[in-house]
Design a protein around this ligand. Structure first.
Ligand code: BDR
Ligand code: CA
Length: 308
């Protein structure tokens, strides 16, 4: 099995992505390293542990950085609920997070699975940036690195130009994008191009499984929020990224370019500038997902909810 290490800030769409990963027979989730992001670290850690409990998996959970490297954090509690899981008041999981810090766990697991590790980032890149600072040789041991983040033609979600995961910690994103020789990117615009019809999602959530019942509950608020603002479709950024992770051959269009993270400017901070016309003559280090097989994506989501 392919060892899969997921850095995540659960978050309702992170939770869907995690259920997809838990359900995949070709991958083994070797750890969840937890970032602050959608909500504070106390909640993202508790949510990860709870999701594991509901899904009946005992993947180790490692708490990471409590906030961005340099600047104060924005908050996405209005999208995911104040606790990041729809404020349903669930009973906390019995299990605790491991003692090891997420950044150190990333380095250790990269050694244990050197040359085979599939690393995935579904939240702000703080933990991975810190891991790189502790051990700059990390990319040499990672076989594949997939990031959910960015807005490649400038249609942001948290600001007009920036996507949430990058905007939360642009300095961390800059460190990560400079360090890895190759990054596969599922950005916010790909998310918007691969919406899931609300009616279908509601149908999938009727599955007779603990996972579907729990997910129905924690996703209710954000689905309502999204129906009010974005119409017929619900958008699962991390779910699409995970489909790309698990079944990369479902990608129908990918373009490779260089990409720079913007650190300054009232409107441009956190933006991802892609050199579409290759004016800078830099190597094409980022493979940007433009189109993914929609039926494949939906099949993975549906199966993940029905399992367990
Ligand atoms: C990203 O930001 C978070 O709110 C989601 O979990 C996703 O990772 C989308 O911009
Ligand atoms: Ca996320």
């Amino acid at each position: 099995k392919i060892p899969l290490l997921i850095d995540t800030d659960p978050g309702v769409d992170d939770a869907l992505a995690l259920l997809m990963a838990f359900n995949d027979p070709r991958h083994e989730v070797v750890g969840l390293t937890i970032a602050a992001g959608n909500v504070g670290l106390n909640h993202t850690v508790a949510n990860a542990l709870k999701l594991c409990e509901v899904a009946g998996v005992d993947v180790p959970v490692f708490a990471g950085c409590a906030g961005p490297l340099l600047h104060p954090a924005p908050d996405a509690g209005y999208v995911h609920g104040r606790d990041g899981f729809g404020d349903v008041g669930y009973e906390p999981a019995a299990r605790r997070a491991e003692a090891e810090h997420a950044a150190q766990a990333i380095i250790r697991l990269s050694h244990e699975h050197a040359g085979r590790l599939l690393l995935v980032a579904l939240g702000p890149l703080t933990n991975i940036a810190l891991a790189l600072k502790l051990d700059p040789s990390l990319p040499e041991r990672v076989a594949r690195f997939v990031v959910m983040g960015g807005a490649v033609t400038g249609h942001g979600n948290i600001t007009p130009a920036a996507e949430f995961n990058i905007y939360f910690d642009p300095e961390a994103a800059h460190i990560v994008f400079e360090a890895f020789p190759r990054i596969e990117l599922a950005d916010w615009e790909a998310t918007i191009a691969h919406g899931l019809l609300h009616d279908r999602v509601v149908d999938w959530l009727q599955a007779d499984s603990n996972r579907a019942r729990f997910y129905e509950c924690i996703s209710k608020k954000t689905r309502e929020w999204s129906a009010d603002r974005r119409g017929d479709h619900w958008h699962s950024a991390d779910g699409l990224a995970m489909a790309f992770v698990l079944e990369p051959d479902g990608a129908q269009e990918i373009v490779e370019r260089s990409l720079a993270i913007q650190l300054e400017g009232p409107h441009s901070r956190g933006a991802t500038v892609v050199d579409w016309q290759r004016q800078l003559g830099l190597p094409d280090r980022v493979a940007i997902l433009l189109r993914y097989d929609q039926a494949r994506f939906e099949g993975l989501v549906r199966a993940a909810l029905a399992a367990g």
